[in-house]
Unconditional design. Structure first.
Length: 296
């Protein structure tokens, strides 16, 4: 008589977990390549730092990054080489940057709120025209702008460089903020409207505090662009007393005489310090601003 009890099937063996092992050789090669590429990218900066510590006659004769001698006098000479101390040009650039940053933050945020939240006739057409201005190079509009500012007597002042920022002429920042505001739930606006808030209170008390990443991104980019702006300053600023940092650095070069390369490199290093500090402080807001505006 056979046993009627069926033998239970053996449980299936659990699949073995695959442990991904990193190849040490591959990892070392990858890091070596990354370090080599990084050194190639920062080589111009390293060369400029080393050149600022060399005498003028040794800068182009010794292309290596190991100077034969250190000459810190380039920083002292460069600081006092021009008609004004170099701090004067740093102050001019600081005033220009502050005005442009405030103008972009105020005008672009208000314009972006209007495009993102208000409903008015021709909104889509106006938004499309605003985006089309991104394709216009500055050389197309610089001539009529110069004629207009020349007739008002504002040439050789910072007004032609700062005033357009208060008119929301930087369409890139308007578009950036519009995309950010569209990601904010409208339920917050409706709740504030039930409490009796108008558009200005909704903007200043609800929308604006949530726009910190977009505002930080606008601040960083405006600072970097205007601090390094050479063309606009060259067009509108004519006297050395009103020069900004880029024009002051260009003054070290003389096409008909002797160029003070060491002093120019030394002052260039000093002019990079504010850019480095601003980017170092605001880089996390910069990444967050792009990540939360749909630009990926």
């Amino acid at each position: 008589m056979t046993d009627s009890t069926a033998t239970a099937p053996a449980p299936a063996a659990a699949p073995a977990l695959r442990v991904r092992r990193t190849n040490p050789t591959r990892s070392v090669i990858k890091h070596i390549v990354m370090i080599a590429v990084s050194l190639v990218m920062i080589y111009p900066l390293l060369w400029m730092i080393v050149s600022s510590l060399r005498p003028n006659d040794e800068i182009f004769r010794n292309p290596s990054l190991l100077p034969l001698s250190f000459d810190v006098s380039n920083y002292v000479d460069g600081w006092n080489a021009l008609a004004q101390p170099f701090s004067h040009y740093l102050i001019n650039s600081t005033l220009l940057v502050l005005g442009c940053v405030i103008g972009n933050l105020v005008a672009c945020s208000l314009t972006a709120y209007a495009f993102a939240r208000l409903r008015f006739w021709g909104r889509n057409i106006a938004f499309a025209i605003m985006l089309m201005t991104l394709m216009l190079p500055i050389h197309v509009v610089i001539v009529p702008q110069y004629i207009m500012f020349s007739q008002t007597g504002w040439v050789n002042t910072l007004v032609p460089l700062v005033l357009p920022k208060f008119l929301a002429t930087d369409a890139f920042f308007v578009f950036l903020m519009v995309q950010f505001i569209r990601g904010i739930p409208r339920e917050l606006d409706e709740a504030a409207r039930i409490d009796g808030c108008g558009h200005f209170r909704i903007f200043f008390q609800v929308i604006l505090p949530l726009m910190l990443p977009a505002l930080a991104t606008t601040t960083i980019f405006t600072f970097m662009w205007m601090w390094n702006d050479f063309f606009g300053s060259l067009i509108y600023l004519t006297t050395p007393e009103n020069f900004t940092v880029p024009l002051a650095l260009q003054s070290f070069l003389d096409s008909q005489g002797t160029s003070n390369w060491g002093a120019m490199f030394a002052m260039s290093i000093l002019s990079l310090v504010p850019l480095f500090l601003v980017f170092l402080v605001g880089q996390r807001f910069l990444v967050k601003g792009f990540a939360t505006t749909g630009i990926k």
